[in-house]
Structures are given as C-alpha cells and as structure tokens.
Design a protein around this ligand. Sequence first.
Ligand code: G4P
Length: 543
Amino acid sequence: MDAAEQRALAREVARRRTFAIISHPDAGKTTLTEKLLLYGGAVREAGAVRAQKSARYATSDWLAIEKQRGISVSSSVLQFEHRGCRVNLLDTPGHKDFSEDTYRTLVAADAAVMLIDAAKGVEAQTRKLFEVCRLRHIPIFTFVNKLDRQGREPLDLLSEIEEVLGIDAVPLNWPIGMGSDFAGVYDRQARCARLFSGGRHGTLQVDETTVEGAPDDPAVRAALGSHAGAVRDALELLDGAGAVFDPALVAQGRQTPTFFGSALTNYGVLPFLDRFLELAPPPGPRTSTAGPIEPAAHAFSGFVFKIQANMDPDHRDRVAFLRVCSGHFVRGESAIHVRSGKPVRLARSTLLQAQEREIVDEAWPGDVVGLFDPGVFRIGDTLSAEGGFAFDGIPSFSPEHFARVEVALVLNRKALSKGLAQLSQEGVVQLFTEPGAGTAAMILGAVGPLQFEVLQHRMQSEYGVPLKLTPLPYQLARWARGGFDPEEFRWSESVKIVEDRDHRPVLLFRSPWNLDMTRQKQPDLVLTETGDAPRGDEADTDD
Ligand code: G4P
C-alpha cells in the first residue's frame, strides 16, 4: 500500500459507523430507522413505510422499507451519510423473522442502539439482544421512544435498565414533559433546553428553539414553563446521585448514554443521531488467531456473519454477507478462504443497501459486502488477502424452538442426512443428536420458528426431501462444560441431554424454572448460553 492509499484507508475507517438497533417488536424500530434514513438523505419521503404496516407482520421488518424503495428483499444493511460519517445500519429482524441471524448480525456491529418504548420499559427480546451485545463488550446507546405518549416515569425507566440489564444508564438529555405535553429535551452536556414544535410523521419537519443556560437559569425556567420544577429536580437528583458520564465506560459497554424522544414526531431524533455518531466508535481491531487485526494496518480481511439463500427456485443463488474488518476491498481481486486454504476471487459482490442492490467495486472496514456464494462459505469464515489468520468464530446461540425430525417418513435417508448436515453447517438451524440413538434421533433447534420454515423449504427444493417436524416442548438449551453425570437426567421429563454437531453435550430444558432447579441441584455444572464457535482456520471434518 502506498502512502496515499494508506491515508485513504485511515480516512475511510475513521468515518465509518456500523451499528444495529436492538428492540422488542413495536418499540418503533421501523419508525426510527426511517427517520435516520431521512436525515441521512437515503430516502426522500416518509410515510409509505407506515402505510404498509398491515402487511408487515407476515413478512420482514425490512420488507416495508424495501418495498417502498423497490429493492431486493435480501437487503441487510442500510447505508447513509450524515455529517461526514458513512453509516452502516445493520438489519436485526425482530418480528416473525426473529432468528439466529439477528444475533449473528450483532457480531458484525461495532455499536448498538437499544430502543425502548417509554410505556413498556425493557422487554424480553431487547433483553436477549442486549445479552449478545454484552458478550461482545460493544457500546450500547439507549433511545427511550414514544415520549409523545403518556409513559412511565423516566427515573423509573433508568432504574429498570440498571436493575434488569446491569448497566448504568446515563441520561445525556432529559425529557421536558410527556404525552401531549412533551415539549423537548434538556441537553445536559450542552446545557441548553431544546424545545420542539411542529413535528409530524411523514416529514422531517420539526422546529427547534434552543435556550441556553442551567436548568435554574431564569430564561430556561421561563422556556420550560410548568415543567421547570420537575426538570430541575430530576436533573439535581441525577447530578447528585446518578452515574457520571464516562466515555471509557461507554466504550466497554458498562455505561449506556441515554436519550429521550419520539421517533414519530421527530422530537429528539436529530440531537440523538448527532451525539451518537460523535460517541460511537469507528471500526476497531478484531481478535484473530494471530492477535488483533487493525482495520487500517492490514490488507483486506473480513468474516462471513450470515448466509442467505434465494427462495426463488429460478434464482437459487446464495449470498454470503461479509463484514469487512481491515483493508480495502476491491471487486475482482482474490483473497484466501482461510478454512479451506484456497484462493477465491471476489468477483461478484453486491452491496445490499438501501439505494438498490448494486454491484460494489470497493468497500472499507465496517462495510458489509454480499458475496455470491457457490456453496463454499459458512458462518464465521474468514477471507483475507494475506491469509495466515482467522477471526474468532461466531458462537451458536441458545435455540428457543425445538423439533424432532420424523425420519421414518423419509424415503431418501442419505439425502436427508446430507441436507441437514449441510444446511446446519450453513447456519440455517442447529442440529443436535441424542447420544447413542443414531440418525433416528435428530433434533433441530432454532432461535425463531421461521428458521424451520426456511429449512423445510430448502430441504424440499435443494435435496428433494419433504421434511416433517414434530415440535418438542423445550424452551432453552445450555452447553454443559466440565464433567456431569448423564444418569442424573436419564428419567427426566423436563431435561434432555443431546449433543451438538461438534459432539459437545447440551442440555435442553422445558422452562427456565427447570434450568434453575438443575443449577441448584448440580452447582458444579457449568452451563453456558452460547456454544463455542469452531475455530475459523480449522477444516471441517464433516465435509
Ligand atoms: P417496530 O419496527 O419496532 O416493530 O415498530 P414500528 O416502528 O413499526 O412502530 C410500532 C408502532 O409504534 C406503530 O404504531 C408506530 O406508529 C408507533 N410508534 C413508533 N414510534 C412512535 C413514537 O415515537 N410515538 C408514538 N406515539 N408512536 C410511535 P401502529 O399503530 O402499530 O402503526 P401505525 O398505525 O402508526 O402505522
């Protein structure tokens, strides 16, 4: 790399921000996403996304946006520019299409925005997604949404975040009023009140008046009107007893900068976006078998975090989503596929982004590239121009839905085994077996039920096997470490012992209660929520 290329790389890395939104369905992710795209100039008009709402539950969260823009369903990253930053917003499907891909996507993100409905607080799906972010120690920013409706007390919400998630919530602004009285936010850092008016969904219209001064300043008090006392008291309390904002703790994922607003009326969205882009990190080093790989100090490298098959039988192509980690990606160049040790040409690459499914000629660290996959890629695979190292793999996440494969009904057992082995390697579902029971006892696990539908569709269309599944009554899986006595569970109705693809013992539990009981009875048993990722440079023996 010459000096000019080096400078270009450093510049592109510094301006990249790659993040995902984590939330429970209905918290307002689609609405907020649309507003961010509008501010980023990636869409020109809003409203159409909402208009398609009724059809949305049956499809993808992203689909509404994609339909509006007339682009491919497989779009997985929305890219926009704002204040000199190149922003990559990764899709985290949340409704019917919530799946293991949602978790895997978080492995490709450098930061997360946790979106919370002010009336509901921390909900189940948010909690699960938060745990994955915590494992990765990425910074998490919180946006408390729907302040234009009567919700819970803001202080109450902060306590809930701290208690349920175990992270310090540090409000960088504070709401002025709530519901129909929601007038704006007090910016604790800039020390000014931002008063909004005229906000309306469907446009970016919002008028902002800024009144500078401390909460006690007469001009601020006058501007806050009847809210002045409540805002001053809350801020005094936070100044005295609340956690002090510390960017180092934010970077480690131990403190979450918290913002209040309303995605629907635009109130507080732009101040949030501006601060978020200032505080969120650019792509940093990623750990690998050869130590940390610095984005600007290495030639092109990246890892596959998602593989998507086209469901259209006329276009049975697959796209591997690669997160670029270092160097300059240039279409047509070659890189080493580390697991197989073979070179691959990066010839057909698409950037699946909001504008359209377009050919990408180049990409930089933080970007996501869709690579045409002739069937060689797997989740967690490393591609590298230099070769010689593999990034940390992507762990398996605890499934929540389980089903038994009805083997007796399948005529072509060989195709069944091959299909299940290949599709589980690709990450479509997780494949477990009951020890000692052979292929007769194949159990599948999925984070979301849509994964089973995708599997059945692909088994039929790619392997000619109609797959019948019988749901099993388990709700969670834990990988067991250290020795344990399988006899303890032999007759248990509520706990089942299985093995994952790599023959690691896994316990399936009917309910969280059963998990707690097992922990109490066997305190020495170590149970983890994720299964270790296979090392990315190890060839798979199942091939
Ligand atoms: P999701 O993607 O997280 O599932 O949420 P989505 O944006 O679809 O929003 C869910 C519902 O919450 C929608 O209402 C949306 O209008 C509403 N919403 C989102 N942000 C705000 C906000 O800041 N304030 C208020 N008051 N509502 C908000 P809906 O009734 O389901 O749909 P629609 O009739 O508005 O289209």
